[in-house]
Write a protein that binds this ligand. Structure first.
Ligand SMILES: [Zn+2]
Ligand SMILES: [Zn+2]
Length: 308
């Protein structure tokens, strides 16, 4: 029941100081989601042991090059390994046109691409499968941009095995009881669901917020999130530049995490003006202590909790 984020690139704009532009892979219960795909993403996938053929959905926040220039190479590599499974690509308007032009002149793919245009001004459910729901998060940047909120779906309650035996519960009643029903035994005794089951582990969540200016409207949308990746392109010494370019400072990222009651904050999307990242960590931790630096190759796991 894995819930694990692997960072493939944590720099903004261009590769620098051993940091590649934005890209990451989220593994939720062995479903692998690629989030942004900057230059160098495939190199990091190899280094991090990410199996690219497992990725079935790609989520692109916006069309700046540092978030998409690795995508055509990634798709091309899959085609060279004769992939046949289709790929869903969620992105703001324009990506399909970019990719189709590239494919027109460089050759086609061995598999189909299904493009899904995101309305970057809306907070909407954009994808779901058996284990997860993905919502768009409207961000404030200089081009249409969407973050993503990944939320695990609730699991059924867990049966207490000893109760099945004690009350001689027929097998076909078990799915109903796990869904929350009480049980009436053959002699008319009503046994409450609480007595028969244990609560499932709490669903886990991850929010990806890059690129964005500081905006409080994000807070209610990501309230209580387990893991938050919030861009921090600059430190407070360049707050003016952050505001001008549609980016945030480490202090602002930490403020959002604090207001949202996030469990853990990961910083990233650093400007190449900064070699050392320690000032980011210091600045953010002063506001939100449970902050960590995002670094290429770093893995963040959200463990299962045993209570709701
Ligand atoms: Zn960027
Ligand atoms: Zn950008």
């Amino acid at each position: 029941m894995r819930f694990e984020l692997t960072l493939l690139g944590t720099n903004s704009a261009l590769p620098a100081f051993g940091r590649f532009p934005s890209s990451q892979v989220l593994n939720i219960q062995e479903n692998h989601y690629l989030i942004d795909c900057g230059e160098g993403a495939q190199i990091r996938m190899g280094e991090c042991g990410v199996r690219r053929h497992k990725i079935k959905q790609v989520f692109i926040s916006h069309l700046h090059g540092d978030h998409i220039y690795g995508l055509i190479g990634f798709l091309s590599s899959l085609s060279l390994s004769d992939r046949t499974a289709p790929m869903d690509i969620f992105a703001p308007l324009g990506l399909e046109e970019i990719i189709q032009v590239l494919l027109k002149y460089t050759g086609g793919l061995s598999f189909a691409l299904k493009f899904h245009t995101i309305d970057t001004e809306q907070h909407r459910l954009i994808f779901e499968n058996a284990s997860v729901e993905v919502y768009s998060l409207p961000l404030v940047h200089c081009v249409p941009t969407s973050g993503f909120l990944f939320k695990e779906k609730s699991r059924p309650r867990n049966m207490k095995p000893e109760k099945i035996e004690a009350y001689n519960i027929p097998f076909h009643y078990i799915p109903e009881i796990k869904a929350g029903a009480d049980y009436e035994s053959s002699d008319g005794q009503l046994i409450s669901n609480e007595e028969l089951t244990l609560p499932p582990p709490a669903p886990r969540s991850y929010a990806y917020c890059s690129d964005t200016a500081y905006q409080k409207s994000l807070v209610p949308l990501i309230q209580g999130v387990n893991l938050l990746y919030h861009e921090s392109t600059f430190c407070e010494d360049r707050q003016g530049q952050a505001a001008l370019t549609g980016h945030s400072t480490a202090h602002q990222a930490a403020t959002i995490a604090k207001m949202a009651g996030a469990e853990r904050l990961v910083l990233g999307h650093y400007s190449s003006r900064y070699h050392s990242l320690e000032p980011f960590l210091k600045e953010a931790r002063a506001v939100f202590p449970n902050t960590e630096l995002g670094l290429d190759g770093k893995v963040f796991e959200v463990p299962l909790e045993k209570k709701v």
